[in-house]
Design a protein around this ligand. Structure first.
Ligand SMILES: C[S@@+](CC[C@H](N)C(=O)[O-])C[C@H]1O[C@@H](n2cnc3c(N)ncnc32)[C@H](O)[C@@H]1O
Length: 208
């Protein structure tokens, strides 16, 4: 049995929302690239353990990771940034159907633009989840730090990229971007951080 299967069978045996959202996305031709249920559960636990209330995610897709974040705090709210209008509508519907009505605000368009708008509004967040275009991860990190406060948590998915990040000779743009992200998070003096090898890799950081 693979380690991943062992963890899933014990700790996330039946996430109904994951199954439901995946089926709906297949029906309407969306890519099924949500976080894995175990990564989703880690997000929920991190929100619970940190007591985060104001959360922001970059990359909504079908709404599954948004649901995992909102599961972490009964009083929490989520700002979700998504490039595609149609995905944002699907995500909002799924998040509301999961019982989180009125607790999510979708912002559509390129996330870099949305983040700059939030910066102008002087908004602060306690928890960030980065899961969109890999080439912008390092830029998202800088903007998330600007929108953070001491103790805020910044997480990012796919930071192992199926193990490809180990390939130092790679010329693949996404792999290079993820290597640069991990290096930046590891070395940034404003952060304390770690890469957790769960799902496709989740890099977590706490703002000092
Ligand atoms: C891996 S999926 C997100 C999965 C979602 N976080 C989940 O686990 O349920 C990546 C998403 O990022 C969105 N995206 C890609 N480029 C973007 C950009 N520049 N700004 C905002 N969203 C973007 C895609 O449309 C897609 O929905």
């Amino acid at each position: 049995m693979k380690v991943e299967t062992y963890i899933q069978s014990l700790f996330t045996p039946d996430d109904k929302e994951y199954g439901h959202i995946t089926n709906k996305m297949i029906e309407i031709g969306m890519p099924t690239i949500s976080v894995s249920p175990e990564t989703g559960k880690l997000l929920t636990l991190l929100v619970k353990m940190s007591g985060a209330k104001k959360m922001l995610e970059i990359g909504a897709l079908g709404g599954y990771s948004g649901i995992c974040l909102l599961r972490g705090n009964e009083e929490g709210s989520l700002t979700s940034l998504e490039l595609e209008e149609i995905y944002a509508k699907v995500a909002k519907k799924h998040i509301e159907e999961a019982g989180f009505n009125g607790r999510v605000e979708m912002k559509t368009g390129p996330a870099l633009q949305s983040l700059k708008e939030l910066e102008k509004e002087n908004t602060e967040f306690d928890f960030f989840f980065i899961d969109a275009d890999k080439e912008n991860y390092v830029h998202y990190l800088d903007l998330c730090i600007k929108l953070s406060k001491p103790g805020s948590i910044i997480t990012a998915d796919n930071t192992l990229w199926s193990g490809e990040v180990l390939n130092e000779a790679t010329t693949d743009k996404d792999t290079r971007a993820l290597q640069a992200y991990n290096q930046k998070v590891a070395e940034d003096p404003r952060l304390e951080s770690l890469l957790i090898p769960i799902g496709d890799g989740l890099t977590i950081a706490r703002v000092k």
